[in-house]
Design a binder for this molecule. Structure first.
Ligand code: SF4
Length: 325
């Protein structure tokens, strides 16, 4: 069996809530609650769930853009969670992120060349001015833009083009892993498809590994090899994409999938409407976090005992449910 490029073990992130005159910690937001998974080189893991489920925080903790509260992250044999400043800087070359909002994530006062070239300068990847400019042109062409765009500013581009600039910036340091954090969520559906196709082509060409975070199962279906579904900080189901879409096991995944439109008009799928809102991550429900909204929850079991992620079959499909394991 191949060694995973990325191993995440029991990752936890709690954000303290301070209050009172002395600004003491009065509560905590349980954003990521014991998340574990492996990711092999060249693979794409889709991570989905409603907003506030901890998917973006998980991605940022893996890169140490946010400090995890507990747990371990190993990348390419290196312990990310214990890496010092210098080691982290070196790791930043291998692990990059593309942000959701291409309007907010690009500095409006910098030219496209300066935005993409910043990392080349920081990591000393272009020994001469000519090499610096040649690499920027190469990156722009890689993402479907041209050298004419170098001297322009972000406001001169459309949303899709800006996201291409964000992708070029992430690729500048030749990373192995890219966290796409809601990278297409702010774009129109037709532009989403173009950017997803570009990301797939780049994966083929450059051997990239992706964590592709989105709130919608239909967005990750095409690009993901495996999909993890998160609810209130926990992975409730993780499976090869085909398995998950054809045979969802967790009631929450079923509900999410029932909202995904089916292109074939002859196939009817009944929409499952969950009752109530997602509970607060400050005081998540006991036992199975989903029990307050689950249509098949059993009192005395689901509200008391936390279900572990357990394998179903031998395809790598895992589900966290007392009744569907
Ligand atoms: Fe529903 Fe219980 Fe399964 Fe949780 S453990 S998903 S509440 S049936």
């Amino acid at each position: 069996m191949t060694t995973p490029l990325l191993q995440v073990r029991n990752l936890v992130k709690q954000f303290p809530i301070r209050g009172g005159l002395l600004q003491r910690v009065v509560d905590r937001v349980h954003a990521v609650d014991d998340v574990s998974f492996d990711l092999c080189a060249g693979e794409t893991l889709g991570v989905v769930g409603e907003s506030g489920c901890g998917k973006s925080t998980t991605g940022r903790c893996i890169l140490r853009l946010i400090e995890p509260s507990a747990g371990e992250v190993h990348f390419d044999g290196k312990d990310v969670t214990r890496a010092g400043k210098e080691e982290l800087r070196a790791l930043a070359r291998d692990m990059q992120i593309i942000f959701q909002d291409p309007y907010a994530s690009l500095n409006p006062r910098m030219t496209v060349a300066a935005i993409i070239g910043e990392a080349l300068t920081i990591h000393k990847l272009a020994p001469t001015r000519a090499a610096y400019e040649a690499r920027i042109v190469e990156l722009l062409e890689t993402v479907g833009l041209s050298s004419d765009h170098m001297r322009r500013y972000p406001h001169e581009f459309s949303g899709g083009q800006r996201q291409r600039i964000g992708i070029a910036r992430a690729l500048a340091v030749r990373p192995k892993l890219v966290v796409c954090d809601e990278a297409v969520s702010a774009l129109d559906v037709s532009i989403q498809a173009q950017v997803i196709n570009l990301l797939e082509d780049l994966q083929q060409q450059l051997g990239l590994t992706y964590i592709f975070i989105a709130h919608d199962l239909s967005v990750v279906e095409h690009i993901s090899d495996r999909v993890a579904v998160m609810y209130l900080g926990r992975i409730v189901e993780i499976a090869p994409a085909r398995d998950l879409y054809r045979n969802p096991r967790h009631p929450y995944t079923e509900a999410l999938l029932s909202a995904v439109p089916i292109p074939d008009p002859t196939v009817k799928r009944e929409r499952i409407r969950l009752q109530g809102d997602v509970p607060s991550p400050i005081h998540p429900p006991s036992g199975c976090h989903f029990h307050t909204r689950c249509p098949i929850a059993q009192k005395g079991l689901c509200d008391v005992m936390r279900p572990e992620l357990k394998p179903v079959g031998d395809s790598g499909h895992q589900v966290s449910c007392h009744l569907r394991g």
